[in-house]
Write a protein that binds this ligand. Structure first.
Ligand SMILES: *Cc1c(COP(=O)(O)O)cnc(C)c1O
Length: 471
């Protein structure tokens, strides 16, 4: 079969996730056939540096035989068994032990799911159940942030703060409220922080304002009505949004003041992305619940879960009776065996410490240099997650969103051999954690090339015409 054969079948039968079905059908998909290390290969023979680690998940890179062997062995041994009715199996028990060893000290239990969305559904049920068991059934509201991403099941969409998702398929789960996000570039530097009288706010004052918005929301909802606050340590899908340093300490203070549980969605930040095993460790968050998925298995098989802190776990165990919740594939033995091997390799190869001590700082220096490019208003990174904010070189302001400059830049990246994702006009990267310094150099050069190509199309009247056809 050739590329066009796959594309025809794809167009005819496959409804892709997060896709405008009709326009994809017209353009045709890129068919990815194989991958090794940090590179993917398409059916036309192109080799492309995967700056997104698949979808933020292939932390160990592609083609790891150890993970393949772990899956194969477990398939032979026990391909499936559930743990609903007082049963368990070796891989799931060992994985639970290993996760608890890596997690902060107050976390000693884990509940398994098949995905990050299911993990967040589970967290929602747990926090409401916790407060009911504590004799405070009025504590039901969950506060989240605008532009947060917590998955795509009904609870995931409701917890998330993506306006276009909220607009489809509602009504959503009740008693979930959203507050402003700590997005300095968009809402501080270019937003209301600047338009105030006098000098613009600094990032830390902005971060404290965003934390104060949580307190205001708590008081508006009723201070004894709020069950939990949920957030990603660094927002991923929203645009690799790294909060100002002042944000998390101020948030923690507010939550303690009103006895509100903290759910830290570690689906992207967990397993080394920020240079620690969990984003919560980087920011010293001590969460009650940590939904996990993606990098848990480096994406080789679907598995997620919720790491449950002692205060919630003890209550569910001691006072809860049966918890009517779980999935056919909770703790699936083959997924668990692969996740366990993945954690072993991340440890034995020192991957997480290398992100913190070497690759993260190295990327930060090279990435920051892209700020000199006329199209880049801000370049930020932490560990191995980063973003470029594209701006109009003439004004330093955002482009009109309808021009689709981010999409254009993304397509030019692809054409130049790099996967970089666009969220509006924010370009983001989240490469495999096993990337080398040389490969980071290649990533930077390809990103710079795509920025140059984007700029050329904006300023050259002939190329400009092609802007539309490309995007
Ligand atoms: C991807 C993601 C999810 C959802 O995970 P799925 O496995 O796609 O259901 C939840 N939270 C965050 C932060 C994510 O990035």
């Amino acid at each position: 079969m050739h590329t066009r054969d796959y594309q025809a079948l794809d167009r005819a039968h496959y409804l892709h996730p997060f896709t405008d079905f009709k326009s994809l059908g017209e353009e045709g998909s890129r068919i990815i056939e194989r991958a090794e290390g940090v590179y993917i290969h398409d059916s036309d023979g192109n080799r492309i540096l995967d700056g997104m680690a698949g979808l933020w998940c292939v932390n160990l890179g592609y083609g790891r035989e150890e993970l393949v062997a772990a899956a194969t062995e477990q398939m032979h041994q026990l391909p499936y068994y559930n743990s609903f009715f007082k049963t368990a199996h070796p891989p799931v028990v060992r994985l639970a032990e290993q996760l608890v060893k890596l997690a902060p000290a107050h976390i000693n239990r884990v509940f398994f799911t098949g995905s990050g969305s299911e993990a967040n559904d589970t967290a929602l049920r747990m926090v409401r159940r916790y407060w009911a068991l504590k004799g405070r059934p009025d504590k039901q509201w969950v506060i989240s942030r605008e532009n947060a991403y917590h998955g795509s099941t009904v609870a995931g969409v409701s917890l998330g703060g993506m306006a276009p998702m909220h607009a489809q398929g509602g009504p959503l789960v009740p008693k979930i409220a959203h507050v402003r996000q700590p997005y300095w570039f968009k809402e501080g530097r270019l937003g209301e922080g600047r338009s105030q009288e006098g000098s613009p706010q600094d990032p830390d004052a902005f971060g404290r304002d965003c934390a104060a918005a949580i307190e205001a929301k708590i008081l508006a909802l009723g201070e004894d009505q709020v069950a939990a606050f949920i957030a990603e340590p660094v927002q991923g899908a929203g645009g690799a949004i790294i909060p100002p340093e002042s944000y998390w300490p101020a948030v923690k203070e507010v939550l303690e003041k009103y006895e509100i549980l903290l759910v830290v969605d570690e689906v992207i930040c967990g397993f080394g992305r920020l240079g620690e095993w969990f984003g919560s460790v980087h920011y010293d968050l001590k969460p009650d619940l940590m939904p996990i998925a993606k990098g848990l298995s480096s994406g080789y098989l679907p598995i997620g879960g919720v790491l449950v802190g002692d205060r919630v776990a003890e209550t569910l165990i001691e006072e809860g009776g049966e918890f009517f919740h779980g999935f056919t594939y909770s703790g699936h033995p083959v997924c668990a065996a692969v996740a366990l091997k993945n954690l072993e390799l991340l440890q034995s190869e020192g991957v997480v410490a290398r992100v913190r001590d070497d690759l993260g700082p190295y990327l930060a220096g090279r990435w920051k240099a892209l700020e000199a490019h006329p199209l880049v208003g801000e370049a930020r990174s932490l560990g191995l997650i980063g973003a470029l904010e594209l701006v109009d070189p003439a004004s330093g302001e955002r482009f009109d969103a309808s021009r689709g400059i981010g999409t254009l830049c993304r397509d030019l990246c692809f054409a130049g051999g790099l996967v970089m994702r666009s969220v509006g006009d924010t370009m983001i990267i989240s490469p495999p954690l096993v990337i080398t310094r040389d490969e980071i150099d290649e990533l930077i050069e390809k990103a710079r090339g795509a920025l140059d190509d984007t700029l050329a199309r904006l300023t050259d009247p002939i190329l400009h015409k092609q802007e539309e056809s490309l995007s």
